[in-house]
Design a protein around this ligand. Structure first.
Ligand code: PMM
Length: 281
């Protein structure tokens, strides 16, 4: 069954939760709530990667996430650390995280692959071309599916060469990262091509509340000029759940979401449907 990875951004500027969980104890409470609602993994991040975001200082990133990881891992939760920095990854795993989720796939920090090989943990390598301030300028593709697939395959080669066990590598298309508009839908429609280059066969998808969903579920602007407008982040959860449903149906390993409860329902519905199809009760 597809796993649910709940998003816990411990940042003051996260675009979708407004930084409400900046304080460590509030973040821990939110992490426990995500787990109660159905998150199999809680993904803790201390650096925003929303388009245009500036980087945080390494020390600040570590001090945001460590107390939260220690507390959640201490409660028995499976925690992943969302970081591009090897130093943060090591500190997080030492504090109890079991998965390193690197949106740069090892490109942002030359030490990442070697450190992850030493840590012997699962590693999510996302497709990435540039840091947030420059990523939209890198969103040009001839054929987005084959280019993302080939760039991910090159990352897999580099990661394995650095000593990471192939079975530990999870690939992620990196929706919204150097991808605009319909590129994201093309990637979702051809996940099997990305899975073909994932040595573990595991794919993670992070579509939750992203811009491309807002652009798809337009709303009429009744008070303004009457034209259809992109839906804002706060009303993108139903669209996210529709994507989760399709991902579960495609056998995606995990979905990274803000609303864990809705994702769990979707995954369980797909599972019941598939079981009935296969004649199981
Ligand atoms: N997206 C964001 C952050 N981390 N990690 C993975 N593996 N995949 C993603 O798509 C991804 C990620 C940005 O979204 P957020 O600002 O809502 O956390």
């Amino acid at each position: 069954m597809t796993l649910v990875m709940g998003i816990l951004n411990v940042t003051p500027d996260s675009f979708s939760d407004g930084g409400r969980w900046h304080a460590a104890d509030a973040a821990v409470a939110k992490g426990l709530e995500l787990a109660r609602e159905g998150a199999d993994i809680v993904d803790v991040g201390g650096e925003s990667t929303r388009p245009g975001a500036e980087r945080v200082e390494p020390g600040e990133e570590v001090s945001r996430v460590l107390p939260v990881i220690e507390a959640l891992a201490g409660e028995g939760l499976t925690v992943s650390i969302d970081t591009m920095r090897a130093r943060t990854a090591r500190a997080a795993v030492d504090a109890g995280a079991r998965i390193v989720n690197d949106v740069s796939g090892g490109l942002a920090d030359a030490d990442m692959a070697r450190i992850v090989a030493e840590l012997e943990c699962d590693y999510v390598a996302m497709h990435w071309r540039a840091h947030s301030t420059r990523m939209d300028a890198q969103a040009h593709y001839g054929d987005v599916v084959s280019e993302v697939r080939d760039e991910l395959a090159a990352r897999v080669d580099a990661l394995v060469a650095a000593g990471i066990e192939p079975a530990r590598i999870v690939l992620d298309p990196g929706l919204g990262f150097s991808k605009v508009g319909t590129s994201n839908w093309e990637l979702l429609a051809h996940l099997e091509q990305l899975r073909a280059v994932a040595p573990s066969g595991r794919i993670l998808v992070g579509a939750s509340r992203k811009r491309f969903l807002g652009a798809t579920i337009t709303r009429d602007d009744r008070e303004g000029d009457g034209q259809a407008k992109p839906a804002p982040a706060r009303i993108r959860d139903h669209a996210t759940t529709a994507v989760t449903t399709m991902c579960a149906q495609q056998g995606v390993w995990a979905v990274r979401v803000h609303d864990a409860s809705a994702a769990r329902d979707a995954v369980q519905v797909v599972s019941a449907w598939q079981n009935a199809r296969e004649g199981q009760r």
